[in-house]
Write a protein that binds this ligand. Structure first.
Ligand code: MLT
Ligand code: ZN
Length: 472
C-alpha cells in the first residue's frame, strides 16, 4: 500500500482530530530508522508515522482505520529479528511515547507499565523498589515491553523465570475496531473463562495493539555468580545441566552454549576480551547462579557442582568469575558472538528449539547435513541450550564469496529448520515469525493449528488492518 499525496493529506487531516501535530510524522529522515530491521536484511516503506500518547488515542486511531480500512504496523523499539515491525507501505503506529511506569506495588510483586517503556527502564524501576524483573535480552536498552510481549521474548533467564508470557499478569489491548480490552489486573489466579490475554502475546501485533501491561516481579537478586566451563564432549552439555539442576536447580538462572568457533570470533573481534580459561575445548558453557541471599551460598554451590562434574569427567576445566569484571568479560564474549559473526564472510541466522535432551544429537546431525550440502561450511550453534533454544547460525567456508553464500539461504534454512522439525522442534523459538518465516509456517505448522490462527485473525481483525502480511 503506497500512499499518494492526496491520501497522505487526507490521513493527516483525519488523525489531526486525534493527535497533536507533532505526533503525526511525515518527515522522511525521522521515519527512515523505523523502516529497517536491525539485522539489516529487510527494509520497508511508509510515508506516515503516528506516535500516540495514550490508549484513548490509540483507540480513536484504530476506530478510524477500521472504518476506512487503513492498515497500520504497530512498532516498539524496532529491535526484532524477523522484520515483524517493518511496514510495507502501511502507517507506522509507534508506541514509543507511551513510556510511563503506571504503578509499582512491591507487596504484590507487580509493576504496571505502558507498552512503550524500554525494558531496562522496567528493570531499573523494579530494582529501585527492591524487586527484580528478570527478562534479559541483548537489546534491553532499546526494546520495549510491548514488543517483548508481542514477540513473547526469551533471552538468557528463561531457564529460571520463563518467557515473557510467563511474566505477564494482565494486559490492556486496543482491538482492531478501537475497543479497549481492559485486563490490567495484578492477579496470580484468575480462571474466569478463557485466558484471552494470551492470544495477544506472541501475536506480533496482528490481533490487537498492546498498550499497557501488568508484569510479575521477583525478590531482588543480591548475588550473581558466573562461570565458564569447558566440556569433554557435546553430550556433556546436557549431562552437566542435569548435574547443576539436581544440586542447585533453584539457583541456576542461565545456561548458554559457547562453541569454540564462537569463542574464537569473540576473542578475535571483541573489544579487549580474554579467554576465561587457558585451554578451551570444542564445547563450552556459561553458567549463572542467581541468589536472593548475599552470602557465599551461590558460589559454594556452583563450586561443589562443578567439582562433581569434573570428577564425573563431564567438565575438563572451569573458571568461576571472582570479580565483576571477570563476570562481565564472560558475558561480553556471549554478546560479541552475536555482533561479530557476520565478519566470517556473512551469516545465515536461525532461531530454533528442540527438546533439551535432543540438543546434542540435533547439533551433530544438523552439522553433518550442512557439511554434506556445503563442505567446509562453518556452523556456529550457540545460545540458550538450557531451554533447548539454539541459535544455529551458519557462516560460509573461509574465503567463500559472501554473495554466493547468501544465495544458499533458502536451502540452508530448510536444512536447519527441517532437522529441528524432525526432532519435534520449532523453527521459531524466541524471535517470532514476522516476514521471514512464513514459508516455515506453511511447511511445519500443524494444519489445524494454522487454520485456527487464521480464524482467530479473521474474527479479531476482519479487515486485516493490523500488521498485514506478517506471520502468514
Ligand atoms: C541472542 O540470544 O543473543 C539473540 O537472540 C541472538 C540474535 O538476535 O541473533
Ligand atoms: Zn537468543
Amino acid at each position: 500500500m503506497k500512499l499518494n499525496e492526496k491520501q497522505l493529506q487526507d490521513f493527516q487531516k483525519k488523525f489531526g482530530n486525534i493527535l497533536n501535530e507533532r505526533d503525526i510524522i511525515t518527515d522522511h529522515d525521522t521515519i527512515a530508522p523505523h523502516l529497517v530491521d536491525w539485522v539489516g536484511n529487510i527494509s520497508g516503506s511508509s510515508a506516515l508515522m503516528l506516535t500516540p500518547r495514550n490508549s484513548e488515542q490509540v483507540s480513536k486511531i484504530l476506530r478510524v482505520c477500521h472504518e476506512e480500512t487503513i492498515a497500520v504496523v504497530p512498532q516498539g523499539g524496532n529491535t526484532g529479528s524477523v522484520a515483524s515491525g517493518i511496514p510495507n507501505g502501511e502507517i507506522i503506529l509507534s508506541l514509543e511515547k507511551m513510556n510511563n511506569i503506571i504503578s509499582i506495588i512491591p507487596e504484590d510483586y507487580s509493576i504496571t507499565v505502558e507498552s512503550g517503556c524500554i525494558l531496562s527502564q522496567v528493570q531499573d524501576a523494579a530494582q529501585e523498589a527492591s524487586r527484580f524483573f528478570p527478562l534479559s535480552i541483548g537489546s534491553e536498552g532499546s526494546c520495549t515491553i510491548g514488543g517483548n510481549i508481542s514477540t513473547n521474548a526469551g533471552g538468557i533467564s528463561v531457564l529460571k523465570y520463563g518467557n515473557m508470557r510467563d511474566l505477564v499478569l494482565g494486559l490492556e489491548v486496543v482491538l482492531a475496531d478501537g475497543r479497549i480490552m481492559n485486563n490490567l489486573k495484578r492477579l496470580r489466579k484468575d480462571n474466569s473463562g478463557y485466558a484471552t490475554k494470551h492470544m495477544f502475546m506472541g501475536a506480533e501485533g496482528t490481533l490487537g495493539v498492546i498498550t499497557a501491561a501488568c508484569l510479575r516481579l521477583f525478590p531482588k537478586i543480591e548475588n550473581k555468580v558466573t562461570a565458564f566451563a569447558s566440556l569433554s564432549n557435546l553430550d556433556a552439555t546436557i549431562q552437566l545441566l542435569e548435574t547443576l539442576k539436581s544440586f542447585s536447580g533453584e539457583l541456576l538462572s542461565s545456561y548458554e552454549l559457547i562453541p569454540k568457533i564462537g569463542l574464537d570470533i569473540a576473542l578475535k573481534y571483541g573489544d579487549e576480551l580474554v579467554s576465561p580459561i587457558s585451554d578451551p575445548q570444542e564445547w563450552n558453557v556459561i553458567i549463572e547462579y542467581s541468589d536472593t541471599k548475599n552470602n557465599d551460598n551461590a558460589n559454594d554451590s556452583l563450586e561443589y557442582a562443578l567439582g562433581n562434574a569434573i570428577e564425573k569427567g563431564l567438565v575438563c576445566n572451569a573458571a568461576i568469575a571472582s570479580s565483576l569484571s571477570q563476570a562481565q568479560n564472560i558475558w561480553k564474549i556471549r554478546k560479541a558472538i552475536v555482533e561479530h559473526q557476520p565478519k566470517l564472510g556473512g551469516e545465515i541466522k536461525h532461531d530454533c528449539s528442540v527438546p533439551v535432551s535432543s540438543v546434542p544429537e540435533f547439533i551433530r546431525s544438523t552439522t553433518q547435513k550442512l557439511i554434506d550440502y556445503l563442505p567446509d561450511v562453518r556452523p556456529v550453534p550457540y545460545g540458550h541450550i538450557g531451554d533447548g533454544n539454539i541459535h544455529f547460525n551458519v557462516c560460509p567456508p573461509s574465503n567463500y564469496d559472501p554473495d554466493t553464500f547468501k544465495q544458499n539461504t533458502e536451502e540452508i534454512r530448510e536444512i536447519v529448520y527441517g532437522n529441528a522439525n524432525s526432532f519435534g522442534g520449532s523453527f521459531a523459538a524466541e524471535h517470532g515469525v514476522g516476514q521471514i518465516k512464513k514459508k516455515q509456517m506453511l511447511n511445519y505448522k500443524d494444519e489445524v493449528e494454522l487454520q485456527l490462527m487464521k480464524d482467530l485473525k479473521n474474527l479479531l481483525d476482519p479487515k486485516n488492518i493490523l500488521n498485514p502480511g506478517k506471520i502468514f
